[in-house]
Design a binder for this molecule. Structure first.
Ligand code: CU
Length: 148
């Protein structure tokens, strides 16, 4: 390329065209190779969940017998990452309620007389959370899980 730039000034159109052709060829070639490496960064809009705070779903169930439980991914919730969760409660009895108590949360999701499904959003912070049926908590109708 340097050789041509020196010459172009006093050369014929043909030579200039030849030089241009060469420049085009070179730039095309260079463009081709640079496109693989220096290609404009296509920012992919992949929604990466923020690693700092988890989110997800917890399943609560109370009744029809004297049972109460909270599950995550189909297993008894024992250790849950801090974050915002949708808590789906299935209350199968009108003699029990579902009450979640812990750091920042004191939520009676279903009342004793209520029977059916209810969903709430809860923000869980590190600590111990207790879920219980209030009328029968003293009889052991309760459980806990840790939020880390
Ligand atoms: Cu109960």
């Amino acid at each position: 390329m340097q050789v041509f730039t020196g010459v172009t000034r006093k050369t014929t159109i043909a030579a200039v065209l030849a030089a241009l052709t060469l420049v085009l060829a070179t730039s095309a070639c260079g463009g081709g190779s640079s496109s693989s490496s220096g290609e404009t960064t296509t920012i992919e809009a992949t929604t990466t969940p923020t690693a700092s705070s988890a989110s997800g779903t917890l399943e609560g169930e109370v009744g029809p017998g004297f049972d109460i439980e909270v599950k995550q991914n189909g297993e008894d919730a024992e250790s849950v990452k801090a974050g915002t969760y949708t808590l789906n409660v299935e209350d199968k009895s009108d003699i029990h309620n579902f009450h979640l108590i812990g750091p920042g949360v004191d939520e009676e999701v279903t009342e004793v007389s209520f029977k059916g499904d209810k969903s709430v959003t809860v923000k869980l912070e590190p600590g111990t959370y207790t879920y219980q049926c209030d009328p029968h908590a003293s009889a052991g109708m309760k459980g806990t899980f840790e939020v880390t």
